[in-house]
Design a protein around this ligand. Structure first.
Ligand SMILES: NC(=O)c1ccc[n+]([C@@H]2O[C@H](COP(=O)([O-])OP(=O)(O)OC[C@H]3O[C@@H](n4cnc5c(N)ncnc54)[C@H](OP(=O)(O)O)[C@@H]3O)[C@@H](O)[C@H]2O)c1
Length: 184
């Protein structure tokens, strides 16, 4: 079926919400449940329903990829630098950080599964877009230097650029808008 080239080439699993708790006293069961449901379980269910449309090992991909596309299918799940345990210097944002750490973890698991199912025909990665001027970050626009607060258009341009240039040896890990790895 997918030898025709009619398979997913690029997939962006984007959902995310943020309740910016500063201390454990602010943790709320309903908000915690909602955060994990959207940020971590959301991408997992997208994987469940859409990975059947990725190329398998048997799929014959064209020798020359379509202009602007990488030579393999790429599944990107939106993580965030604050999901990095290594990078966590400030604390806070308990639920968001943990839900995004989960995203980086499930991206790795998906990539390991794809190695078996798709070989080099499909890979998964997690991504950090920088700080982007959207509703999610609105409360913090004032505390970010102007040049570090990206427009959504610029963020998308950067994201597509990273995905287009991603190499197979980079698979399964989290990359930022500059193409620099975000450690788990
Ligand atoms: N903005 C930043 O600075 C920043 C930094 C790092 C990471 N991120 C991540 O980037 C991603 C996009 O966020 P954004 O900044 O573009 O914020 P946004 O404009 O608020 O977008 C949030 C996204 O999540 C989806 N979503 C929210 N609730 C949902 C639900 N119940 N079911 C399904 N989808 C739902 C929205 O879908 P609809 O459009 O259909 O509502 C939208 O695509 C998120 O994963 C976020 O964590 C953002």
């Amino acid at each position: 079926m997918f030898n025709t080239g009619n398979h997913l080439h690029l997939t962006f699993a984007i959902p995310g919400i943020l309740y910016p708790e500063k201390s454990p006293s602010q943790l709320d069961h309903a908000q915690l449940t909602r955060t994990f449901a959207i940020n971590t379980i959301g991408p997992l269910l997208l994987m469940k329903h859409f990975t059947p449309f990725l190329p398998t090992k048997a799929t014959k991909l064209p020798k020359e990829p379509e202009p602007g596309l990488p030579p393999y299918a790429v599944w990107l799940t939106m993580s965030a630098r604050v999901g990095s345990t290594t990078d966590n210097q400030l604390g806070g944002w308990f639920s968001y950080r943990a839900s995004k750490a989960g995203v980086t973890s499930v991206s790795k698991s998906l990539d390991l599964w794809l190695r078996g199912k798709s070989g080099d025909n499909a890979m998964a990665m997690a991504y950090h877009p920088g700080t982007v001027k959207t509703g999610l970050s609105k409360e913090f626009w004032g505390s970010v230097a102007k040049e570090k607060l990206f427009t959504p258009e610029y963020a998308v341009e950067k994201m597509v650029g990273v995905v287009r240039n991603i190499e197979l040896e980079q698979r399964g890990r989290c990359w930022d808008w500059r193409g620099v790895e975000v450690l788990p």
